[in-house]
Design a protein around this ligand. Structure first.
Ligand SMILES: [Zn+2]
Length: 277
């Protein structure tokens, strides 16, 4: 009776099945790094605990905990069997594990059991995805406030909507076609603004600020009913801009936008001698 209970327990959901894929030839592929192991689910689990570079720590911890539990369970089984036949006892402990490796039927049973725990799985999935995103930020040295960008949220949502097997853009795509498309889109967007500028007029805004290296920069922006377009950033640190230089700068942009379209020029207190459009 004890042995029956134990064998059912030992075939019970090995969490490693959630992070590995059983192939037709009985090899197992790691979902994180695609490494193929042939030591059954136990070997796959050991790979993820010990050597997988991409297995999140939460998963490693979970698998470690399961391994510990299995070990202690095994100890109990051996002790119980110890009353009768030692050799058989030893085999019995191993056989269910071997069957698990080979038998597709048992795997599907396991999978069913795993899927019954939908809530846990969803939590794990979220945690794994978040861990991977965080690691990407740390390794790439990306500023954390990037997550506040609307386009970041949009990107995550679109990847999620796409579903499995999304192919990310390649290096070539990013520096070539994707960049060209973005520039085209941006130019088109600005063209829309320019139409508004000539229809309803616009304001030129000069915003000077000092960066961490004490460089003075002036951002030139154009605001209209449609929103604000960034035109250029001028480095004004080498020389404190004189009134006439500032005037020339403003004039350049007034000409570029069209004098008739500029309703007003707005500056902050640091910019002096500015002529209204
Ligand atoms: Zn791996």
């Amino acid at each position: 009776m004890a042995s029956k209970a134990d064998s059912t327990q030992s075939t019970e959901s090995d969490p490693a099945w959630e992070y590995n894929n059983l192939e037709d030839d009985d090899s197992i592929t790691c979902n994180f790094c695609n490494v193929v192991t042939r030591g059954g689910i136990y070997g796959a689990r050991q790979h993820q605990i010990r050597s997988c570079l991409y297995c999140p720590k939460v998963v490693k911890d979970r698998l470690k905990a399961f391994t510990e539990k299995e070990k202690s369970k095994k100890g109990v089984v051996v002790n119980q069997r110890g009353f009768g036949d030692d050799d058989e006892g030893g085999d019995d402990v191993k056989i269910p594990r071997l069957e698990k490796k080979r038998s597709g039927v048992q795997l599907s049973g396991q999978e069913k059991r795993l899927k019954s725990n939908v809530m846990d799985e969803a939590c794990d999935k979220e945690l794994i995805a978040k861990t991977a995103i965080a690691r990407f930020f740390y390794q790439a040295g990306i500023a954390f406030n990037v997550v506040r960008l609307d386009c970041f949220k949009e990107m995550i949502e679109l990847i999620g909507n796409y579903g499995p097997n999304f192919k990310p853009p390649s290096y070539h795509e990013l520096r070539g076609p994707s960049l060209k498309k973005e520039v085209d889109d941006m130019n088109q967007w600005i063209e829309g603004h320019k139409e508004k500028w000539s229809k309803y007029g616009c304001s030129i805004m000069l915003d000077s600020w000092t960066d961490r290296e004490q460089k003075t920069l002036i951002n030139i922006l154009v605001n209209s009913s449609d929103g604000t377009v960034f035109m250029e950033s001028v480095n004004a640190s080498s020389n404190t801009m004189s009134g006439s230089e500032m005037c020339a700068l403003v004039e350049k942009f007034v000409d570029q936008i069209g004098e008739a379209n500029v309703v007003q020029v707005i500056t902050n207190s640091e910019c002096n001698s500015v002529r209204a459009g």
